[in-house]
Design a protein around this ligand. Structure first.
Ligand code: AP5
Length: 216
């Protein structure tokens, strides 16, 4: 039976950082909706162009476009044992669509670690984040600096600051999270899937708590 983990939490709380580590340690595929959109933009696809008009403003890409993209990604063979979903679902409609999709694959959402931190922590993290062009690996100028400035430790590619990490867009992304994504906290709690994780701890400690939650 496949295992599906949904990482829930506000922008900048550490979902991407943790999803990459969990994927290495569990062997499950890492699916980041934000990274899929950014790859499409890099490859200049129609989907990428559509997504960019929303992402640059900190708004959500429409549900139908996002759900179709995730359905296609989950159908790939590297997801046969399951997946870690990072950034999806983000609305109640996406959560319902995911449940339907997974039941078609004879699976279900097994656990939803909800990573938490206050807004000032999120703003500081996003303001100092550096992302790698090739693989989307993330660093922080203070909390998780690369060994060599401007260069990814893992694949050596250039580090850049995401356009949507500008202060004004970060504010909007957090507001959109509170309006449109936070209802999923109760949704997954009511389904008995939610496990709260303190995202203000050091990265390795957050990983330990996540591994514990996943094991249970
Ligand atoms: P997306 O790329 O998913 O962005 P996000 O959810 O806003 O999340 P982030 O990637 O900003 O943060 P994160 O939680 O992954 O934190 P990270 O690990 O990088 O989405 C971007 C856009 O795409 C959306 O705004 C929307 O437009 C669109 N989109 C995506 N999915 C969608 C969907 N389902 N529906 C519709 N639209 C969608 O960490 C942040 C920083 O903190 C890093 O610098 C890191 O090094 C540092 N850090 C991490 N953990 C710690 C720690 N424990 N201590 C100290 N520093 C830490």
């Amino acid at each position: 039976m496949a295992t599906y983990i949904v990482l829930l939490g506000p922008p900048g709380v550490g979902k991407g950082t943790q999803a990459k580590i969990l994927s290495e340690r569990t062997g499950l595929a890492h699916i980041s909706s934000g990274e899929l959109f950014r790859e499409n933009l890099k490859n200049n696809t129609e989907l990428g162009q559509v997504a960019q008009t929303y992402m640059s403003k900190g708004e959500l890409v429409p549900d139908d476009v996002t759900i179709a993209m995730i359905r296609q990604r989950l159908s790939r063979p590297d997801c046969d044992s399951g997946a870690i979903l990072d950034g999806f679902p983000r609305t109640p409609a996406q959560a319902e669509a995911l449940a339907t999709m997974l039941s078609e694959f004879n699976g279900q959402v097994d656990v939803v670690p909800f990573i938490t931190a206050e807004e000032d922590v999120l703003v500081e993290r996003l303001g100092g984040r550096w992302t790698c062009r090739a693989g989307g690996h993330v660093f922080h100028k203070t909390f998780n600096p690369p060994k060599e400035a401007g260069k990814c430790d893992i694949d050596g590619s250039e580090l850049y600051q995401r356009d949507d990490d500008k202060a004004v867009t970060v504010k909007r992304r957090i507001a959109v999270y509170l309006e449109q994504t936070s209802p999923l906290i109760d949704y997954y709690r009511d389904h008995g899937k939610l496990v709260e994780i303190d995202g203000t701890q050091p990265i390795e400690q957050v990983t330990q708590d996540l591994l514990e939650a996943v094991k249970k």
